[in-house]
Write a new protein. Structure first.
Length: 357
């Protein structure tokens, strides 16, 4: 029997009872349940249903707070009309008058309040766990423990020892009390969904790279690029260097190595470029052994389909954009202009301002 048919059957039964009782109690009960009710003064009212709380207690609490007009009748309706389905735990928002069946529908569906949290591109797993915890979404250590397990991606990336690179940066909405396991699963599932829908479909037909290799490259692109239009070009530069066996010389990989050793203080020094780590792409040619951050979709797509460019080098213009070069001589000229001369001029201007009366 459908829910609508069941309601009409219940209405007929109550109507018959009303006739038998002279039209009194049953009809009043039906009207009471279906009259929109609001007994609280606030515009919105938040109420938390605790895990394991029984239905009778939940409905009495809602009556006390002015959400329901009659908890007893609502309980009868829940059992006799709806078949006594479970009411889900969580935080609920009630706004404006509502009938008892409408309140029950919300509780049965688990239409709980959710809160947004944004994971930005380029965070490591440690940084992601810290950010989530700081925003009130889970315990930092428990989140990190979930992220240090690669079980969720073992089929996709058998070499992975953790979820570095596979926690997709996006804005998520989680209910109060969402477990660390559920939060991390949501981030990984979003990555897997977009990998299938947006990344794999643009891979060249003859591409024999593993997903791990694409994610590693995407993570380096993510840390180097600021402009979306430059991401495929930067991916193309690195792809050219990989094909020619030239070391990537990517500062972000050195920074990642320093972070792993607890030595990163916000500044990369010439001595750091000699750090003996497999993540140091100044010393070790090829891709680093694993992703160095969580790449966004633009970087994943750039790594999947790098631009076909002649460049082997690039240097920052110090405004988020880069200058690209095909030869070392051209690159050295760019470095001189955009790093040495630029910073000398800027430091001189700052000194002059400091000396002004």
């Amino acid at each position: 029997m459908t829910r609508r048919a069941w309601l009409w059957t219940a209405l007929a039964a109550l109507s018959a009872l009303a006739l038998a009782a002279g039209g009194g109690l049953a009809w009043w009960s039906w009207i009471t349940l279906h009259r929109p009710y609001k007994g609280y003064g606030e515009t919105d009212l938040l109420h938390e249903v605790l895990p394991g709380q029984d239905a009778g207690s939940i409905l009495r609490d809602l009556e006390a707070k002015g959400v329901l007009g009659n908890a007893f009748l609502t309980r009868v309706y829940l059992v006799q009309v709806l078949g006594d389905p479970p009411l889900r735990a969580g935080e609920y928002r009630f706004a404006g008058p509502a009938t008892a069946p409408e309140v029950l529908d919300k509780l049965v569906r688990g239409d709980v309040v959710t809160y947004p949290v944004t994971i930005v591109e380029g965070l490591t797993i440690e940084e992601t766990a810290a950010h989530l915890a700081a925003q009130g979404f889970g315990d930092q250590q428990l989140l990190l423990e979930e992220m240090l397990s690669a079980d969720r991606i073992s089929d996709l990336d058998p070499e992975a020892s953790n979820l570095e690179g596979y926690l997709f940066p996006d804005t998520y909405s989680f209910a109060k009390g969402t477990s660390e396991e559920e939060i991390v699963t949501a981030l990984v599932n979003t990555f897997l969904r977009l990998l299938d829908s947006d990344v794999r479909r643009i891979l060249p037909p003859d591409d024999d790279r593993t997903t791990r290799q694409i994610v590693i490259l995407a993570s380096v692109v993510e840390k180097e690029a600021r402009l979306d239009e430059e991401r495929p070009v930067i991916a193309g530069v690195y792809s050219n260097r990989l094909r020619r066996g030239i070391a990537l010389y990517a500062d972000p990989t050195v920074i990642y190595a320093l972070k792993q050793e607890g030595r990163w203080d916000g500044n990369i020094r010439r001595a750091d470029l000699k750090l003996d780590s497999p993540y140091n792409t100044y010393l070790y040619p090829g891709l680093p052994p694993g992703p160095i951050a969580s790449p966004g979709l633009a970087s994943l797509k750039a790594a999947a389909r790098p631009a076909e460019v002649p460049y082997l080098y690039f240097v920052s213009r110090n405004d988020g954009s880069h200058v690209f070069a095909s030869t070392l001589a051209e690159h050295n000229r760019n470095v001189n202009r955009w790093q040495k001369v630029y910073w000398q001029k800027r430091w001189a201007e700052e000194r002059n301002r400091d000396n002004e009366p």
